[in-house]
Design a protein around this ligand. Structure first.
Ligand SMILES: NC(=O)c1ccc[n+]([C@@H]2O[C@H](COP(=O)([O-])OP(=O)(O)OC[C@H]3O[C@@H](n4cnc5c(N)ncnc54)[C@H](O)[C@@H]3O)[C@@H](O)[C@H]2O)c1
Length: 350
């Protein structure tokens, strides 16, 4: 007897523990099997979360378990093969970000979902962070008028390499890691972008890729945004992993500050609201904003499986976010402003 939809997890690494805790909290879904190329990792995950079946081969797991959904929590290089495999088995599929390394791979997964006629979601959890949801709610409630400008900032000096050593080796790092999250937030708040300009830096000498960037976007509604990220900022107290936002509208400004204060400037006055998310029973500071967003996203997956909601975001939606990060690299290499529609239509996406 299972608790609702039967799911399986592929990839039992660092971040997948948040996935499993979120699934344990979700109402209407249960993870019935886990898989990792490294059997010890899969066994440890199964033991910690009371999962009965352990596999090292995803195809064997899908054939044996015939799950309703598959949660792909591996790093990016395995995504396309695993997502296509899951969809070929008729399972709704959730794929961690980065969705793909190339536009062609992302596009192929979107096509595979259309062929299988199954939902494909990207585990893009920033838009499920409670402070960002509240900020967007107030924007849409017209508290500051039509938006004109946003600064979306994720700057910190937290040692991410300890838990995720692969980040130090990636030729494309900051834009493909946190950049994708921040571009999705920019779309979440201001809608799609027309064009992008970007500059990158590598500040920590020992790593392969860029660990800082500054991108400017012009949105289709005429608003402009500045999207910035650094993994090498010296700030006390350490703000990781908070996203700070300054969002101006024609009648006011919404400000998401350090320590989860949402400040609403309008009519010559400022109101301050506490928007700190709760710490999940299994979570801890400073990760709680991320952990609560994973749980919220996974409950949303259940709603999608139940037919109550459309994927937020779908693979197709996230493909445009991926194109923004790829265009940002092109801009940084050429010092040109990249028109996103031309970039995608021209097939020059790489
Ligand atoms: N959304 C977020 O907030 C967030 C935060 C951290 C990491 N992530 C993303 O999560 C993904 C995983 O990151 P991580 O730090 O947990 O990585 P990790 O390297 O710790 O874990 C990945 C696991 O996948 C396994 N794996 C790889 N290919 C496989 C295959 N074909 N079949 C079965 N298992 C396979 C590996 O053995 C490894 O144990 C990355 O894409 C990362 O960007 C997202």
């Amino acid at each position: 007897m299972t608790n609702g939809f039967r799911g399986v997890l592929i990839g039992c690494g660092f971040f997948a523990r948040n996935h499993m805790n979120g699934w344990a909290d979700a109402d209407g879904a249960e993870i019935v099997a886990v898989c990792d190329l490294d059997r010890a990792k899969a066994e440890a995950m199964a033991a910690d979360f009371g999962v009965g079946a352990v596999f090292t081969d995803a195809a064997a797991m899908l054939a044996a378990e015939r799950p309703d959904f598959v949660d792909v929590a591996t790093t990016v290089e395995a995504h396309r093969a695993l997502v296509e495999l899951a969809l070929a088995h008729g399972a709704a599929t959730v794929c961690q970000k980065p969705f793909a390394e190339t536009y062609a791979d992302g596009h192929a997964m979107v096509e595979a979902a259309a062929r299988a006629d199954r939902p494909l979601l990207v585990h893009e959890n920033f838009r499920w962070q409670l402070p960002l949801i509240e900020l967007r709610r107030r924007l849409h409630a017209d508290e500051i008028g039509a938006p004109t400008f946003a600064r979306i900032s994720f700057r910190h000096g937290y040692d991410v390499y300890a838990g995720q050593p692969y980040l130090a080796k990636a030729d494309r790092f900051a834009l493909m890691d946190v950049g994708l999250h921040l571009f999705d937030v920019a779309r979440f708040l201001l809608g799609d972008a027309r064009n992008i300009h970007c500059r990158t830096q590598r500040l920590k000498p020992e790593i392969a890729g860029e660990d800082s960037f500054l991108a400017t976007l012009v949105h289709q509604n005429g608003a402009i945004s500045s999207v910035e990220c650094s993994f090498w900022s010296k700030i006390a107290p350490e703000p990781f992993p908070q996203t700070l936002i300054w969002l101006e509208g024609r009648r006011g400004t919404l400000e998401l500050t350090f320590d989860y204060r949402l400040r609403v400037h309008h009519g010559g006055a400022v109101e301050e609201i506490d928007v700190e998310p709760p710490v999940p029973s299994w979570g801890e500071r400073p990760w709680h904003v991320v952990q609560a967003s994973v749980a919220a996203f996974e409950q949303h997956v259940v709603d999608v499986l139940s037919g109550f909601a459309e994927p937020q975001p779908s693979g197709a939606h996230n493909l445009t976010t991926l194109a923004m990060a790829l265009a940002a690299y092109r801009s940084a290499e050429t010092n040109a402003t990249i028109d996103l529609a031309e970039f995608v239509a021209g097939g020059a996406v790489s």
